[in-house]
Design a binder for this molecule. Sequence first.
Ligand code: ATP
Ligand code: MG
Length: 217
Amino acid sequence: MNDHLILALSKGRIFEDTLPLLAAAGITVLENPETSRKLILPTSDPAVRVLIVRATDVPTYVQHGAADFGVAGKDVLLEHGGEGLYQPIDLNIARCRMSVATKAGFDYENAVRQGARLRVATKFVHTARQHFASKGVHVDLIKLYGSMELAPLVGLSDAIVDLVSTGSTLRANNLVEVEQIMEISSRLVVNQAALKLKRARLQPILDAFERASAQGK
Ligand code: ATP
Ligand code: MG
């Protein structure tokens, strides 16, 4: 049992972008999470299985050792805090940026200059708090779990902190990106005990992931 490995992934872009990395390690996932109802997927390697969990839950499964390793966005890791996790590799996948956006026409620079109290809606409360504190901007944070773009449109907030890639969702909702906070990509996270106890099986996979992700840079 000690040489079995469990990898936690979320459906969607992280799963899709991790498949080529698994392929580089000689591993094929045998079921498609978009069509299968299974949450534990077999792979071509009988000793490796994939858990399908919510993106925000990946660090939790790995931290507690329910998964040996996983793939999670920097955004998710910053909110989680990263306790109990070893983060050896930036996989350079699911790239986007964390930004501040407001309704078109809202004078963000002026509001910040005036020292006004900004109402900011976001899923990324920890990162947003840090960002505005470092600028000395007073904010009231409003925690949301999705569809942040709606908040400024209906007067719930002045601004949002959200992930942006092409900007088309912002544009479709008459919002503008007024400040970029940081670049985001997904990281490999490994349970610290598993790294020691299962090193022999894990290391070749970590090496293959590292080589394959460096090629994409
Ligand atoms: P859900 O969509 O199920 O509510 P989620 O938004 O947390 O969950 P995904 O949309 O699959 O899950 O995002 C997973 C990760 O991919 C995020 O944590 C982030 O690092 C990255 N990501 C999010 N949006 C984008 C984007 N537009 N382009 C590239 N990467 C993104
Ligand atoms: Mg999403």
